[in-house]
Design a protein around this ligand. Structure first.
Ligand code: HEC
Length: 213
């Protein structure tokens, strides 16, 4: 047998092996041939494909001006006194003040994000304030009691003076829940103040007597 014949035989065997290997790896869950492709291939453009129909040749278009990501609500107030008051006048707390779920969540979120400065009762004696951070004003005095929910939301969102913004770490829902919790702290403080007997010279005397060993 000549070398040529051997080569032809070996070549044919190789060709058959290649063809058979394709047959062996065939994915039987899909048809092998597209006899009539019809709608197999969608004519839609893919996001990053070139596109001769658009002005810049891109398929993906920039979002229309003013678009916001899904689930995001814009906050149109900046860190100014006027915007704080405007937020107070315009923003309405979506959570009812007696919503038990909101109050429970507010108490938890307050303990995590506010208590270390404002103190558990809201009086401003948190651990951070005790260790040298400029102490915040009490949340239980007239200024904070009269502050509208919307303004409190503004303070919590963008900050105020030495108080840092909390928009990044406290969700919008949690911020409203915290405000409801602060309102209950204030209600407790108001009730306690009404209950406390007025400080008469006698009562002060009696108290100091009681403190004697
Ligand atoms: C790092 C400490 C710190 C943390 C944490 C903090 N605050 Fe404050 N907060 C302050 C300081 C300081 C002020 C006073 C700001 C100023 O100079 O007017 C303040 C002021 C406020 C005021 C305005 C009070 C008023 O009468 O003007 C509100 C409302 C308030 N904080 C709510 C919150 C809430 C709600 C949280 C938690 C989400 C929080 N703060 C977390 C330090 C803090």
């Amino acid at each position: 047998m000549s070398v040529r014949v051997i080569n032809i035989i070996l070549g044919s065997i190789m060709a058959i092996a290649i063809v058979l290997s394709f047959a062996a790896t065939r994915d039987f869950s899909k048809p092998h041939y597209e006899v009539m492709p019809d709608m197999y291939h969608s004519p839609a453009y893919h996001a990053f494909e070139q596109n001769e129909n658009t002005d810049n040749g891109r398929t993906l278009r920039p979002p229309a001006e003013g678009s916001i990501p899904r689930g995001m609500l814009p906050f149109e107030y900046v860190l100014t006194e006027e915007d704080a008051l405007r937020a107070g006048a315009e923003l309405i707390n979506p959570k009812a003040p007696d919503d038990m779920n909101s109050l429970a969540r507010g108490a938890t979120a307050y303990a995590i994000f506010c208590q270390h400065c404002h103190g558990a009762s809201g009086v401003g004696d948190g651990m951070v304030a005790k260790r040298g951070f400029p102490p915040p004003p009490s949340l239980l005095i007239e200024h904070a009691i009269k502050m509208k929910d919307g303004q409190m939301f503004h303070v919590t969102t963008v900050g105020q003076g030495n108080m840092p913004a909390h928009a990044a770490q406290v969700s919008r829902q949690d911020r409203w829940d915290i405000i409801n919790h602060i309102r209950t702290l204030q209600a407790v403080a108001i009730r306690e103040a009404a209950k406390a007997p007025p400080e008469t010279p006698q009562s002060i005397e009696k108290n100091s007597e009681g403190a004697q060993p």
